[in-house]
Structures are given as C-alpha cells and as structure tokens.
Write a new protein. Structure first.
Length: 106
C-alpha cells in the first residue's frame, strides 16, 4: 500500500525514482512507494525538477506546492505536498495510476 502521511499543512508521499528512463510517467506502486520514471538524468538536480513537475501535474497543484522532504540525492525520496491531505493525495495518485493501466482484453 502506498505510504502517504499527514503533516502540518499537507502530506508526505514516498517515491522511488528511475532517472534517465526512456519516458516520463507513473509506473505503479513498489512496496510502499510510488514508482516514477523521468527522462532527465540526475545531473544538476534535473531529475528532481522533472519529478516535482510530473507530480504537480498529476496531483493538480502548483510545482511550488511540492518539495523534497528527504532523499534529495537518492532514488528513494519523500515528497512534501503542501495543501493536500493524505487522503486527497492517495486518491489522486490512485486515479492517475488507474488511467495509466491498460484495460484487459476479454
């Protein structure tokens, strides 16, 4: 299950990032972290900026509402989402992951 915790004024979500991927997008849930691919390489914080931009788009918030709370130089990160409850973050991510999944054929 995805790890999203409430904080004062927002929430924190665990993310596992794969920088330098062939395409950018949400992959799924790995353990208790959201797995994300970004095309940007981990040079000069480019992968972190790409991650925050993607998550802001998916969550429907401004990029400035997101910050890296931990793991800035690691693949496993904690992202602080300002202004959204843990339930709202979980619901928006679940919706985005369901849209990205292919529909099974009968």
């Amino acid at each position: 299950m995805l790890s999203v915790h409430a904080t004062a004024g927002g929430s924190v979500v665990r993310v596992r990032v794969q920088p330098g991927a062939s395409r950018t997008g949400l992959v799924g849930i790995r353990g208790d972290a959201l797995q994300v691919r970004v095309r940007a390489k981990p040079v000069d914080e480019a992968a972190n900026r790409a991650l925050l931009t993607l998550l802001a788009e998916v969550l429907g918030v401004r990029s400035s509402a997101l910050s890296i709370a931990g793991g800035g130089h690691a693949r496993d990160k904690r992202i602080h989402v300002e202004g959204l409850t843990a339930d709202a973050v979980r619901q928006r991510l679940d919706s985005a992951l369901c849209v990205d999944k292919p529909t099974p054929r009968d």
